[in-house]
Design a protein around this ligand. Structure first.
Ligand code: ADP
Length: 292
């Protein structure tokens, strides 16, 4: 499964990406998380990204693309991935297309999360994440975790909940504006490529998880069934054509045509035929030479 989750800040991409990643055993790749980690470590990338992030603006494309190229080159990505927060504008989307084509791993789907803006603001103001493991919680929309879920898998101690520096009112307004201007056009970009699925991402987290699973499920079995049906049909056609040809009974014209096309369609048979013709012409050349 290779998918992109597309949606405004606070639409729940991160939460759902974490769940999908755990269920499918594939990595969640969040450019926001990667950039925050770079800022926390104080790397050159982090220093270059910090001001844009604090202002709610997009980080420079070249920096983000370099980071993504490196991440998509890691071995765990071969089993699939969930991109969360990337791409965020048309330049990034086009670059991703090129990169995945290079890797021979095109996207399977892009899921757009739809939530109205009042709900987005409410979610963002209640959002907290664990400083150690990065798990996301919401003190306004979901009860605080209890039991095993209250413990951080990183430290074994209770989660240390913190609020992100850019989850304040002024920065949130700018992030929503940037989403509308730069990221929203990706909806049409992916719709035109036949990859877009849209889900209602309002309401309870588990309900959204189910909607997401439904949005991702139908394509796979339907496509697989189409492939199976097509393969069964052509196998049956080739078999009956081969039977008719073998019995040497004069078949109908349609059977003969099918037999011919079934023969034509086999690359191995074509290669054998080409080889036999080459051998014949080589032998006749040799005969001509010995006669002379
Ligand atoms: P959200 O989607 O809630 O705004 P993210 O964690 O995805 O949060 O991103 C936080 C910030 O990181 C963004 O506001 C932006 O400054 C930066 N960022 C994340 N992803 C990208 C990206 N693909 N391109 C440019 N900047 C990005």
């Amino acid at each position: 499964m290779r998918i992109v989750l597309l949606g405004a800040p606070g639409s729940g991409k991160g939460t759902q990406a974490q769940r999908l990643a755990e269920r499918n055993g594939i990595p969640q790749i969040s450019t926001g998380d990667l950039l925050r980690a770079a800022v926390a470590r104080g790397t050159a990338l982090g220093l270059a990204a910090k001001a844009a992030m604090e202002g709610g603006r997009l980080v420079d494309d070249a920096l983000v693309l370099g980071m993504i190229r490196e991440r998509l080159g890691e071995p765990d990505v071969r089993a699939g991935f969930i991109l969360d927060g990337f791409p965020r504008n048309l330049i990034q989307a086009a670059a991703l297309d090129g990169l995945l084509a290079e890797l021979g791993q095109p996207l399977d789907a892009v899921v757009q999360f739809e939530v109205d803006s009042a709900e987005l603001v409410r979610r963002i103001s209640g959002r907290r994440s664990c400083a150690d493991c990065g798990r996301v919680f919401n003190v306004l929309t979901s009860p605080p975790p209890t039991g095993a879920a209250a413990m951080c898998p990183g430290t074994g101690a209770p989660h240390r909940l913190i609020q992100r520096a850019d989850d304040n009112e002024a920065t949130v307004a700018e992030r929503l504006r940037v989403y509308d201007e730069k990221t929203r056009p990706l909806i049409d970009f992916y719709r035109a490529r036949g990859l877009l699925r849209t889900i209602d991402a309002a309401g309870e987290v588990n309900a959204v998880t189910q909607r997401l699973a439904r949005a991702l499920a139908p394509a796979a079995p339907a496509a697989a069934a189409r492939v199976r049906k097509g393969a069964a049909k052509s196998a049956a056609r080739a078999k009956s054509a081969a039977r008719a040809a073998k019995s040497r009974r004069p078949g109908t014209r349609a059977t003969a045509r099918r037999a011919k096309s079934a023969r034509k369609k086999t690359p191995a048979r074509a290669a054998r035929k080409k080889h036999a013709a080459a051998m014949r012409s080589r032998r006749s050349g040799a005969r001509r030479r010995t006669r002379r």
